[in-house]
Write a protein that binds this ligand. Structure first.
Ligand SMILES: [Ca+2]
Length: 409
C-alpha cells in the first residue's frame, strides 16, 4: 500500500513538473495590429485521448493546438431551464433574447432569462431527427423593420429542404406577421438529417446560409455538384435572391454539415465549422468558389471505422481545414466575440460543442489556431448555440433546455 501511495505521489509530482515545464512563455505580441491584446498563456493541448485515425496534419497546429485559460475572473448562471429543444439564439437591440425551439416555436426572454412569450405560426416543418425550426437572425435593420429571419426544414409533398423565411415580430400581440419563405435549397429530399441551417448576415446586409449533404451515402456527392443546393454555403441578398454581381447563390462547396458560421469582426473573413465523420470535425476559412473537399478528402472515417473514399486528407483544388478535431467535438452554433467585457476574448471564436459538452473558445492568429479552451465543461451539457449579449456577456443554450450566461466578475 505504501509503495502505491509513493508511486502515486511520484506520478503527481512528475505530471506537475512536466505541465509546468511545457507551459510556454507568455506571448505579448499583438496578433492583429489594430487591437491591443492582453497576454495569452499557453498550455499543452486539451485533447489527450487517442485519435480515431492515423492521419498526419498538413501543418502545425491543424489539430491539438495549445490550450489556454481565460485570465479574467468570470461567473456563470443558468438563467432559464424550461426551453424545449432550443436550436438558435439571437439578441434584440434592447437586449431581449429570441430563441428557436426545434418543434416550431419562437421563445422571447428578457435579458435575464425571464420568460416573456412563446410564439408559433411557422410554415409546415419537418421536425424529425435533425430537422425542425433551426436557426434565426435578427434583420440587420431590425430597429426599423422588426423582422426576424429563420431557417427550417421546409416540408412539402416532395420531401424537405433547408429554407429561409422571414416575418415581422409583433411582441405586443405575441405573433409573427407576414411570414414568407424567401429561399429553398433545392432539391427536396426524403430524410431528416444533415440539413445545415445556420444563417448569418454580413455588413452588406447579405446572408450566408449553410446546408448539409443530407447524410445518405449515395447523396453525399451532391456536396460536390455546384448545381445542387445541398452541402453548400449559400450567399444571398436579404430578400433571398442571388447577390448582385454573382451568378449563383452557391458561395462554397464540398461541405458535409455546417452547423456554425461567423464573420470575423476585423478582417470580415467568413469562418464555418463542420460536423465531420468520426474524427473529422473541421473549422474552415470560407472563400468564394472554393471547394472544402467533402466527401473526397477528410481527416475522419466512417462511424463504422471504414475509410472515407480513397482515404485522402489532401487534394489539389480542395481546401484544407484550418483546424480539425479527432475525436470530434460535434461543433454547433458559433460567434466571434467582439466586446470589452472580456478584452482577452476580442476576436476569439466561441463554438457550442455538443459532443464536447463545452463552449469551445478558439484563439486565432491570422488563419491559424493559436489556442483552444473549453468553458463550462463541468456542466455536462450539449451546447447548441451561443450569442453575445448587448452588455458583452456570453449566452449559450443547451439541448436539455438551459440558457446559460457567462459574465465578468
Ligand atoms: Ca473539408
Amino acid at each position: 500500500m505504501k509503495q502505491i501511495i509513493l508511486l502515486i505521489s511520484i506520478l503527481i509530482f512528475i505530471s506537475a513538473c512536466s505541465s509546468t515545464a511545457e507551459t510556454k512563455p507568455i506571448i505579448n505580441e499583438p496578433r492583429i495590429p489594430e487591437v491591443e491584446e492582453p497576454s495569452l498563456v499557453l498550455y499543452p493541448p486539451l485533447e489527450t485521448r487517442s485519435p480515431n485515425t492515423d492521419f498526419e496534419p498538413a501543418f502545425k497546429a491543424q489539430t491539438r493546438a495549445s490550450s489556454t485559460q481565460t485570465q479574467a475572473s468570470y461567473s456563470y448562471a443558468i438563467l432559464n431551464q424550461d426551453l424545449v429543444e432550443p436550436w438558435g439564439i439571437d439578441v434584440l437591440p434592447d437586449g431581449r433574447l429570441v430563441i428557436t425551439e426545434k418543434q416550431g416555436r419562437l421563445v422571447v426572454l428578457d435579458h435575464d432569462g425571464t420568460f416573456l412569450s412563446r410564439i408559433s405560426g411557422f410554415p409546415t416543418i419537418n421536425t424529425q431527427n435533425q430537422g425542425g425550426l433551426l436557426d434565426l437572425s435578427i434583420s440587420p435593420e431590425y430597429e426599423q423593420d422588426s423582422t426576424l429571419y429563420f431557417t427550417y426544414a421546409l416540408l412539402t409533398s416532395q420531401g424537405s429542404a433547408t429554407a429561409i423565411g422571414r416575418a415581422v415580430l409583433d411582441l405586443e400581440n405575441e405573433r409573427l406577421n407576414d411570414f414568407e419563405t424567401i429561399f429553398v435549397a433545392l432539391p427536396y429530399l426524403s430524410g431528416n438529417n444533415h440539413l445545415g441551417g445556420r444563417i448569418v448576415f454580413d455588413d452588406k446586409q447579405n446572408i450566408y446560409l449553410s446546408t448539409g449533404d443530407r447524410q445518405d451515402f449515395d447523396r453525399r456527392m451532391q456536396a460536390q455538384d455546384p448545381e445542387n443546393g445541398n452541402g453548400k454555403i449559400h450567399y444571398l441578398s436579404k430578400d433571398g435572391e442571388i447577390v448582385e454581381g454573382f451568378t449563383t447563390t452557391v458561395f462554397s462547396l464540398g461541405h458535409r454539415n455546417v452547423q456554425g458560421i461567423a464573420i470575423h469582426p476585423l478582417t470580415k473573413e467568413v469562418w464555418a465549422n463542420e460536423m465531420g465523420p468520426q474524427g473529422g470535425d473541421e473549422l474552415n476559412l470560407i472563400q468564394y468558389e472554393k471547394n472544402y473537399g467533402w466527401p473526397i478528402v477528410s481527416y475522419g472515417e466512417e462511424y463504422n471505422g471504414n475509410p472515407i473514399g480513397d482515404k485522402l486528407t489532401q487534394k489539389e483544388g480542395m481546401e484544407e481545414p484550418r483546424y480539425y478535431w479527432d475525436p470530434v467535438i460535434a461543433p454547433s452554433g458559433m460567434i466571434f466575440y467582439d466586446h470589452t467585457m472580456f478584452e482577452e476574448w476580442q476576436n476569439n471564436l466561441f463554438i457550442a460543442g455538443l459532443r464536447a459538452e463545452a463552449i469551445v473558445r478558439i484563439v486565432l492568429d491570422g488563419d491559424t489556431v493559436l489556442a483552444e479552451e473549453h468553458l463550462l465543461q463541468s456542466e455536462k451539457q450539449r451546447f447548441r448555440d451561443v450569442a453575445q449579449g448587448i452588455d458583452g456577456s456570453l449566452y449559450a443554450i443547451t439541448d436539455a433546455g438551459r440558457l446559460y450566461q457567462i459574465k465578468a466578475k
